[in-house]
Ligand binder design. Structure first.
Ligand code: TNX
Length: 713
């Protein structure tokens, strides 16, 4: 193996290179014409082949059977019930699910007895006025075909309440199968704990775009999220923190809950990959188990926002043995609850580890994995050590690394990949400058990081797995094409809060995990999903964004808090969820403003002629009750009713964000334009005294005056 290299992320040089390169990336966004959704089915990911047929399509009625053809696949009938369940809320129909040996007419026929040449996930779909038939080689292909079928119905089919219809399936013939067999979505439940219902919601959303792998980043500095029966302290101690939060008692998945997630994912034909990250990213374990530390004293819990801060003690034989025995217990437990083939060992960002310490970790952890009959996955750094045959490395490098390929200054990421390739590893591609869903879209989006610059929708779409470890001109790929298992989008959560380049000052700056997840995921996950599924020959951003533009209405109907990326031709107006982000509030051209850009708490807000400075910009952070807190971009303080007053005339000030109701604001559109902004505690409206510069802002009863009608820009 190669000798010592530092394994830290080199922020400065990487960031500089990436920004320089970002400037060279062409902006592919063009305003495509509005599609006629009735005529051109807008399926994402793009099918391999699709032909629109003439005729009226197939109209569902309350009696349409979901007709599953009998087969030896025990899961096929379940796909029929799943489809009937999908269609029920919006149609109000309880479609009969029948199993017969021959197809019936005027039905949705799900036939799992197709040719084996369709592969595990391929399917054909034909829809005419006499019925719809999905044919696959087994239940999994039917399930993928059903995701296409739902996209051939009107957007309102995604509604959670009954809608009028009609429910007509576009007439079309499709033949489809995936480019890659691994299409993943990673959720960082370690930095931010997702309650069960929110994790299931994410599984359902990802399944819509034919994602077939759910990678759960279960452990990190900020929390240990999986119960290990033999080591209760991992959850009694290690699960009590999140990034930005302390004092939790149930921020973890019990064994039963983990198995429920695995089973739920399986019912969506999704494999769970559990990640136990090490030897770095381990503060939660170090705080829970004394002998993982060199001084045999439990370390400190960590609820901050940094990376690369911790390491298992691997500096003497006794501690290597202690860490090995710990990892064996943990990995045996996790593997025994995981039907899928992989256990992910992390391996990222361990600046303090010497090569032999790092190798000791990889050796102990990977033998625990293989002795359970599982396959090792790891971040690409793992490749520097000896890894078992058939391991899968996850590439998270970027154009900055690619720029060094084949030069005399090839960087460590390139070296690690070369080492892994020599060991015959396979790769999953998660380039951090395209597939990291925790990067901000642009300067106006509130959550996430920018260490790889901004990742707009077009940047999330404009890459190809076969060149993601190649030189910038696309030649010289480090990873041979036949070693690419697929792609994965990574939703990290160490900065799942509002406030650019600034640490959160209060938990109220954190949205509910699902709001963060959906804002960062939609519309970018569908872009990564299309790269994983669709043939490279269909890759075309303007066609993708035209198709995706029709999905905004689907997400609105489903209540998904998506980000209405400005370069997408959305076919319907974005829903009000798009208030998440940075805005100005103006009335009569005068903007809600922190006087003199003061950073001092207790400064009364005023209105001033709009000039676009940061003291006139407010980050809207959605709260669980649907209201927003308004964080000033210059000061990081929150708009607040002074003293929590319930009286008319009380001053509106800026104050340290607290999440109290006198900092929550209900934003309501007014007929004829503008919005009222009401304090959740007092019900009184944000009101300026006049349109003169420096007019003071107070709360007042609704009067209909323009001075309390705000334009949100
Ligand atoms: C790097 S890339 C990490 C994570 C952070 C992420 C933030 C990698 C394998 N690790 O620990 O959450 O950056 O973007």
């Amino acid at each position: 193996m190669r000798p010592t290299r530092s394994r830290g992320r080199n922020f400065a040089s990487l960031a500089a290179l990436t920004f320089a390169l970002a400037a060279l990336v062409p902006t592919t966004a063009t305003a495509a014409p509005k599609p006629d959704v009735k005529v051109v089915p807008a399926v994402v990911p793009q099918p391999v082949s699709q032909t629109s047929l003439t005729g009226s399509g197939f109209a569902l009625t309350a009696q349409t059977p979901v007709n599953v053809i009998s087969s030896s696949d025990p899961d096929a009938a379940g796909v029929g019930s799943y489809l009937a369940g999908l269609l029920a809320p919006a149609t109000g129909y309880t479609l009969p699910v029948t199993t017969t040996s021959q197809p019936v007419s005027q039905a949705i026929v799900l036939n799992p007895n197709g040719a084996s040449s369709l592969g595990a996930e391929g399917y054909t779909l034909k829809s005419t006025s006499t019925g719809v038939t999905v044919t696959a080689y087994g239940a999994q292909g039917l399930f993928r075909g059903v995701q296409t079928l739902r996209q051939l119905l009107p957007a309102a089919i995604e509604s959670t309440s009954v809608k009028p219809g009609p429910w007509t399936v576009s007439p079309v013939q499709i033949s489809d199968s995936p480019r890659y067999s691994y299409r993943g979505a990673m959720v960082d439940v370690a930095r931010r704990y997702y309650p069960m219902s929110q994790l299931k919601r994410y599984i359902d959303q990802a399944a819509t775009y034919k994602i077939n792998t759910l990678h759960l980043h279960l452990t990190d500095d900020q929390g240990w999220r999986i119960a290990i029966g033999a080591i209760p302290s991992l959850t009694t101690v290690g699960a009590s923190t999140q990034a930005g939060f302390t004092g939790g008692t149930d921020w973890y998945y019990t064994a039963a809950e983990y198995q429920e997630i695995v089973a739920y994912a399986k019912s969506r034909f999704m494999t769970v990959v559990p990640e136990i990250d090490g030897p770095g990213h381990t503060s939660a374990a170090l705080a829970s188990v004394a002998n993982l530390n060199c001084d045999d004293q439990p370390g400190n819990l960590y609820s901050g926002f940094d990376v690369g801060i911790s390491l298992y003690c691997l500096s003497d034989a006794q501690h290597v043995a202690d860490v090995s025995s710990f990892l064996t217990t943990v990995i045996d437990t996790v593997a025994s609850m995981t039907p899928g083939p992989y256990v992910h060992l992390g391996g990222d960002e361990t600046p303090a580890a010497t090569p032999s310490q790092y190798a000791a970790y990889v050796s102990a952890a990977s033998s625990a994995v293989t002795s359970q009959g599982k396959t090792v996955m790891g971040w690409h750094q793992l490749g520097q050590s000896t890894i078992p045959a058939n391991s899968i490395m996850q590439w998270w490098g970027s154009d900055g690394d690619r720029a060094t390929v084949g030069t005399s200054y090839e960087n460590e990421n390139v070296h690690f990949v070369r080492d892994a390739v020599q060991q015959n590893a396979k790769f999953v591609m998660s380039p951090s400058d395209h597939a990291y869903l925790d990067m901000k879209y642009d300067s106006s989006t509130p959550y996430g990081l920018t260490w790889q610059g901004y990742i707009s929708l077009s940047r999330a779409y404009d890459w190809d797995p076969t060149t993601s470890t190649a030189k910038l001109d696309g030649t010289g790929s480090l990873v041979p094409a036949d070693k690419i298992a697929g792609v994965e989008a990574a939703l990290w959560a160490d900065h799942a809060y509002a406030g650019s380049h600034r640490l959160a000052t209060s938990t109220s700056q954190f949205p509910e995990p699902y709001v963060y997840a959906e804002h960062m995921t939609f519309p970018r996950l569908p872009a990564i999903a299309e790269i994983g599924w669709s043939p490279q020959s269909t890759h075309n951003y303007s066609d993708f964004s035209r198709r995706l533009g029709t999905h905004g209405a689907r997400w609105s109907a489903a209540g998904i808090e998506y980000y209405a990326a400005p370069d997408v031709p959305w076919s319907s107006p974005p829903s009000s969820s798009s208030l998440i982000g940075v805005h100005t509030l103006t009335t009569g051209g005068q903007a809600l403003d922190v006087p003199g850009s003061s950073g001092a708490p207790d400064t009364q807000l005023d209105t001033w002629a709009l000039h676009g400075g940061n003291n006139q910009k407010w980050t809207f952070v959605k709260q669980p009750d649907g209201s927003y807190i308004l964080v000033n971009v210059a000061s990081g303080l929150c708009a607040d009713v002074s003293g929590g007053s319930l009286s008319a005339g009380a001053a509106i000030i800026q104050w340290t964000c607290s999440g109290d109701t006198n900092q929550k604001w209900q934003v309501t559109p007014v007929t004829g334009g503008g919005h009222t902004v009401a304090s959740v505690s007092s019900g009184l409206l944000l009101t300026t005294a006049s349109t003169t510069n420096g007019a003071l802002v107070t709360q007042q009863p609704a009067s209909g005056s323009a001075l309390q009608r705000w334009t949100i820009g």
